[in-house]
Structure formats: structure tokens, C-alpha cells
Design a protein around this ligand. Structure first.
Ligand code: Q9C
Ligand code: ZN
Length: 350
């Protein structure tokens, strides 16, 4: 399986994040990708393919240009305002307040373009996220050119970012950008399967009224788990997109049996859609040892996940999302990808 690695990921290196009234050590840190890189380099997977710059246009197919410009300049504005270290929002246009007027104040725009105070924005956030999207698009090119699969190793993650907001450690929605790029390249039906512990609210919202991109997600129940305000089972899409969104919320602490029961149901639904491309939002924060999540998957389950995904016999693009048990992420990601490869190698080409 070819791999595209976002070498600029470490430019986004937050020290701290807000959590329950305190600044605590950041969870979404460069070491996450470093451990995955080590595990991949020690494996049979590869080769590594260099990142190709596709420019800003494919990002603007999903994100508002004003939002992208905001992210690009945000940290410099924060410093100009007298802010120190990482930038955090403090005020949001909640119900009854206007979000259709872009305020001049940076503090206000920080709230307009964000969903939480737990996603530190640093001097290098734009560069890391921009090149992460480019790495994702490069991995997509490989699959569009006929590769059975490809994996993009990148951070920050993407699936919580909406068309015009960041949050949940995410700034540019790599899954949405690549799905849209695949549509623009002529693929008619694209499925995005999100297996991260957290619901991919940004990806869901971007495609909620569309029938050409089917979003499916298995995640911690938003009644108790981040992102809290989206991800319920009754969200099935709207308008032309009705029936093309599927959520499988599971209680925090769910067993592996429960997880695979939901996963298998999602795969049946996905298969019935007959997609021409599968994009996997691959968060491994479903791991039992994850510090901020509450499922129980471990190496055998990650391998089984990869094997089941290969059994769909679809061109498959894996994009790295969450996973915060830093030292175990490499092993867990490798288990998914190696599981996929062992099953895919026994199949006729797709
Ligand atoms: N201190 C992804 O996995 N808040 N995002 C957690 C823990 C947000 C996770 C608070 C978690 C977002 C891509
Ligand atoms: Zn997550």
C-alpha cells in the first residue's frame, strides 16, 4: 500500500489545550504521527510517495474562502492582539446572535469560525493543515490512478472541521476535500466511512443534503461524548441527501461485539450504495487505552477492521484522524492497514 506522509505536520505543535477550566498538556501532538511513521517504516507497507501541491482550489470546493484566509492569518492576528502562545476562542455567536456579519475584532472572528475552546491554533497550524490536505489529495491521486488503496499519514486531523469552522483539533476537512476532489474527477458515488471514536460532524454537515457522497459513522453517543451536538441515529440526511447519512452511536464503554455489530451493519449499507471509491476516516482513538475515549478495540480488532474493509473490494483511501494513546497509535494503524493488505492480496484487482 502506497503511503503519503505530510512532513510538515510538526509545524502544528500545540503545548497546551483548555480542558475543564485548565490548560492541560495537548493531546493532539506531533509524536502521534512520528510513532505511526516509525511503525510504517519498520513494516512491509509502502513505498512512500512525495506530496504534490494541488493548490487552494480543491480546499475552496469545501471550505469558505474567507474561513481559509482566517485560519491562514489567525495566529499572527492573535499575537498582534497581545495573545501569548496558542490562540483560543472565548465567545461564540450562539442562538439569537448573528453569524452572518463578520466582525472586525479578531476575538470575535475566532468565535465565529470555531466550535470549541479545546483546539489550540498555533503559528504553524495553517502550514500543517494545508499540506495535510495536499498529502490527502496526493493519496487520492494514487487511488484514482488505479492503486487498490493508499494511506495518508497526516495531522492535524480533519473530520470535525466544517465548511467554515474549526474544532476538535481539526482545521481542514481532509475527508471532505478528497471526496469532493474525487467527484470533480468524475467518480459518481463516494462513500466516507468514519471509524474515529468521535462523530465526524464536519464531514456529515458538508454532505448532509447530497446523494453523491454517503457519510457513515460509528462513534461514541453524542449524548455524552464529543462533539455532543451532532451524531444521533436519526440524522439520515436531508433533501436530496435523505437516506445518504448513517450514524451508529454506541454508548461509552461499548464492547467490541457491539462495535463490530454496528460496523457490519454500516458495511452492508455502504455496499448497497455501490460507491466507486471508499474514503476511511481512520481514527484509532477507539483503542481501549486511549486517554480521551471509551471503546475497547485492540490490535486483533484493528486487524479485523482492515480485513473487513478489504472484503468490500473497493478502491480505498485511508486518511489519518484521531488516536491519542501516542505510543500505541503506530501499532494500531499498522494493524488496520496490514489487515487490509493481507485480505486484498488474495483478491483479483478492483
Ligand atoms: N481533553 C479527534 O479525534 N475534546 N478529535 C476532548 C479532552 C475534543 C477529538 C477533550 C476531542 C476531539 C479528531
Ligand atoms: Zn476522535
Amino acid at each position: 500500500m502506497k503511503i503519503v506522509y505530510n512532513e510538515r505536520h510538526a509545524q502544528h505543535a500545540a503545548q497546551k489545550e483548555f480542558f475543564r477550566g485548565q490548560l492541560v498538556d495537548a493531546f493532539e501532538i506531533p509524536a502521534r504521527a512520528d510513532f505511526v511513521l516509525q511503525a510504517l517504516q519498520a513494516s512491509e507497507l509502502g513505498p512512500f510517495v512525495p506530496v504534490v501541491d494541488h493548490g487552494r482550489v480543491p480546499l475552496e470546493r469545501v471550505h469558505a474562502p474567507a474561513y481559509l484566509r482566517f485560519i491562514e492569518g489567525a495566529h499572527a492576528e492573535w499575537l498582534a492582539l497581545g495573545g501569548q502562545g496558542e490562540a483560543f476562542p472565548a465567545v461564540w455567536p450562539i442562538r439569537s446572535l448573528r453569524s452572518d456579519v463578520e466582525p472586525k475584532s479578531f476575538a470575535a472572528r475566532m468565535g465565529l469560525y470555531s466550535m470549541d475552546s479545546g483546539s489550540p491554533l498555533t503559528a504553524g497550524t495553517w502550514a500543517a493543515a494545508y499540506w495535510g490536505a495536499q498529502a490527502s489529495l496526493t493519496a487520492l491521486d494514487l487511488v484514482l490512478a488505479g492503486e487498490r488503496s493508499a494511506y495518508c499519514l497526516t495531522r492535524p486531523p480533519g473530520h470535525h472541521a466544517g465548511a467554515d469552522f474549526f474544532g476538535g483539533y481539526c482545521f481542514i476537512n481532509n475527508a471532505a476535500v478528497t471526496a469532493q476532489a474525487a467527484r470533480d474527477a468524475g467518480r459518481q458515488r463516494v462513500a466516507i466511512l468514519d471509524v474515529d471514536y468521535h462523530h465526524g460532524n464536519g464531514t456529515q454537515a458538508i454532505f448532509y443534503e447530497r446523494a453523491d457522497v454517503f457519510f457513515l459513522s460509528i462513534h461514541g453517543d453524542p449524548q455524552t461524548e464529543y462533539p455532543f451536538f451532532l451524531g444521533h441515529a436519526d440524522e439520515r440526511g436531508a433533501g436530496a441527501g435523505e437516506g445518504f447519512n448513517a450514524n451508529y452511536p454506541l454508548p461509552a464503554g461499548a464492547s467490541n461485539e457491539q462495535w463490530f455489530e454496528a460496523f457490519e451493519k454500516a458495511l452492508v449499507q455502504l455496499n448497497a450504495f455501490a460507491p466507486e471509491l471508499l474514503i476511511v476516516s481512520l481514527g484509532v482513538d477507539t483503542y481501549g487505552g486511549d486517554p480521551i475515549s471509551h471503546f475497547r478495540l485492540d490490535e486483533p480488532e484493528f486487524r479485523r477492521m482492515g480485513q473487513s474493509l478489504a472484503s468490500l473490494q473497493l478502491p480505498t483511501l485511508f486518511l489519518q484522524e484521531g488516536g491519542y494513546a501516542t505510543a500505541a497509535i503506530g501499532r494500531n494503524v499498522l494493524a488496520v492497514l496490514a489487515g487490509f493488505e493481507t485480505t486484498a492480496q488474495g483478491q483479483p484487482g478492483v
